[in-house]
Write a protein that binds this ligand. Sequence first.
Ligand code: ZN
Length: 134
Amino acid sequence: MDKIEHIGIAVKDLETSNLLFEKLLGAPHYKIEEVASEGVKTSFFQLGPNKIELLEATNADSPIAKFLEKKGEGVHHIAFAVTDIVAEIARLKDEGFRVLNETPKRGADNKWVAFLHPKSTNGVLIELCQEIED
Ligand code: ZN
């Protein structure tokens, strides 16, 4: 894995949290993007080499809606940048981690993504992401 790409934070209201994080970080978000397949609306803040991703649920079945119900607002996942996501998924499976996406899927911010089950990573949802080059 190359670096922490971003930290994902589950929020109830994206608009309110965008203002809060803009104040906190001293910089505005640079994009808002909806990922309909995941039932989330996201916003991104750039902070040096890393990003903060805020996630709001867009429907009741969204994984973010379920997370908020169970745990409330807070850190939802840590995303690591990888250069070869397919190889990394295979390596982590070999190491005994529970991979939630055997095949990478298209995520926000122009990335291929795959998640690891938090039960196999000390309770932390891990996202792998690789920039999509087209
Ligand atoms: Zn993410």
